[in-house]
Design a binder for this molecule. Structure first.
Ligand code: F3S
Length: 426
């Protein structure tokens, strides 16, 4: 494997034992992947602050140095952790102290996380606390090599921003934070970014719900490959692409896609395939659309909805504003709760803009930092939930053992107000 002088120096301990352990981890990881060298990265999105029973035990044994050494550096001994070498942000985490009256989430986890924020903030980790760092200031440029976790963020970074990252893990992002390196393989290389499958859209795709259904179909059809989506679709916005990518990364493992004329590495269909032969299309028509809708709704039985969840991936400002408009002057059903998950930075803007007041007057809440799937936390006694997110409908029933309904944002708001699911595919 080719190492630069700087990388050898780090490996040999010139920057301290934690950096040496990080470089050792990356070299072993790169060897396992057959990567010939490491990429220089200046943007890491990882997870250090999120509470877990293992983290609590390690902190009790030897503080946050020990927790980071074991969990993020795969080290046996406790190493003193220096400041992060490159800009690093925390993705989604657990719920914070301002959620304790709303979310049934363990108090010891809330305290552990607050402690973690002090430790990691002091070492240069920006606590964005969202699965959508690209919405709140972490916006890598086209071609920039990154080390990101979180499947919905990774596919957005690659496909929509044209940045380059694989779906990294807790250890590789920890090591990347201290070294500014990550194994150079997969999505870092041009040849692994080109399209592999053509998806032809034969039924109109225009709404937020449509983009989720198309993403769910696409991930299921291509699994971990790289689809090129063409045909009868409108121009998507940030929110549509956020939903499309998250859905494709849930039913499959899509990390990169192209929409010719929309995403930056696909000015044309031919360019998306890098000049290779364009394959026969996988067709997404009315029947495929209905099949995806029915699959996402086959975990719903009772029409009595206890809980409505919006904002997965974390809501954009437009989504919060639209929910406020839909709830204005209305009141949630007595037995139904509504949570909108959002990045904390956008929640501050929503509050300042008056959206949160409208949502709270109706009985709903704008919550930050986490989500029910990540923190395994929903309103007490939830048996049936409704969501406008294909990703949350895919995961939450298995995580919490509850029923799910999937539909449009308006149908979810209707369920929150009436306590009944009345959605249907239009
Ligand atoms: Fe984000 Fe939770 Fe969905 S972390 S992508 S809101 S499952």
């Amino acid at each position: 494997m080719i190492l630069t002088d700087d990388e050898r120096r780090m490996r040999d301990g010139a920057d301290g034992p934690a950096v040496a352990a990080a470089m050792d981890l990356l070299i072993r990881y790169a060897a396992a992947l057959d990567a010939e060298r490491l990429c220089t990265v200046r943007n890491v999105a990882g997870t250090t602050t999120q509470p877990s029973p293992l983290k609590a035990r390690l902190v009790a044994e030897g503080g946050w140095d020990r927790a980071f050494s074991v969990i993020n550096l795969d080290a046996d001994e406790t190493l003193p952790i220096p400041p992060m070498a490159v800009p690093t942000c925390q993705l989604q985490q657990g719920f914070g102290p301002d959620s304790v009256d709303v979310v049934p989430y363990p108090a010891d986890f809330v305290a552990l996380q607050s402690d973690a924020e002090v430790f990691y903030g002091g070492r240069g980790v920006s606590v964005l606390a969202t699965c959508t760092p690209y919405q709140v200031g972490n916006l890598p440029v086209r071609g920039e090599h990154c080390a990101w976790m979180e499947s919905s963020a990774v596919v957005y970074a690659n496909a929509v921003l044209g940045a380059r990252t694989n779906c990294e893990g807790t250890a590789s992002t920890g090591a990347a934070s201290l070294t500014g390196r990550v194994p150079c393989w997969g999505n870092h290389h041009d040849e692994h970014r080109r399209g592999t499958h053509l998806v032809r859209v034969d039924t109109p795709v225009a709404t937020f719900l449509d983009w989720g259904l198309l993403g769910y179909f696409t991930g299921d059809a291509v699994q971990e490959a790289r689809p090129v989506v063409t045909g009868d679709h409108a121009l998507p916005d940030l929110t549509d692409l956020k939903h499309f990518g998250a859905a494709a990364a849930s039913s499959g493992g899509v990390e990169m896609y192209h929409i010719p004329g929309v995403t930056p590495e696909a000015p044309t269909t031919e360019a998306a395939f890098g000049g290779a032969r364009v394959p026969e299309p996988l067709v997404y028509g009315a029947a495929e659309r209905r099949a995806m809708y029915e699959r996402l709704n086959d975990q719903g039985d009772s029409p009595d909805v206890d809980f409505v969840l919006l904002g997965c991936p974390h809501a954009s400002l437009d989504q919060i504003r639209d929910a406020a408009r839909a709830l204005d002057g209305r009141r949630l059903h007595a037995g139904t709760e509504l949570w909108i998950m959002a990045p904390r930075a956008l929640a501050a803007v929503a509050e300042r803009s008056g959206y949160t007041a409208v949502i709270e007057r109706a009985g709903g809440r704008v919550l930050t930092d986490s989500c029910p799937a990540m923190s395994r936390a929903a309103p007490e006694g939830t048996r049936v939930f409704a969501t406008d997110s294909a990703k949350q409908a895919h995961y939450l029933p298995a995580i919490l053992g509850i029923e799910a309904w999937f539909g449009s944002t308006a149908e979810c708001v209707d369920a929150a107000v009436t306590g009944r699911w009345r959605g249907e595919l239009r």
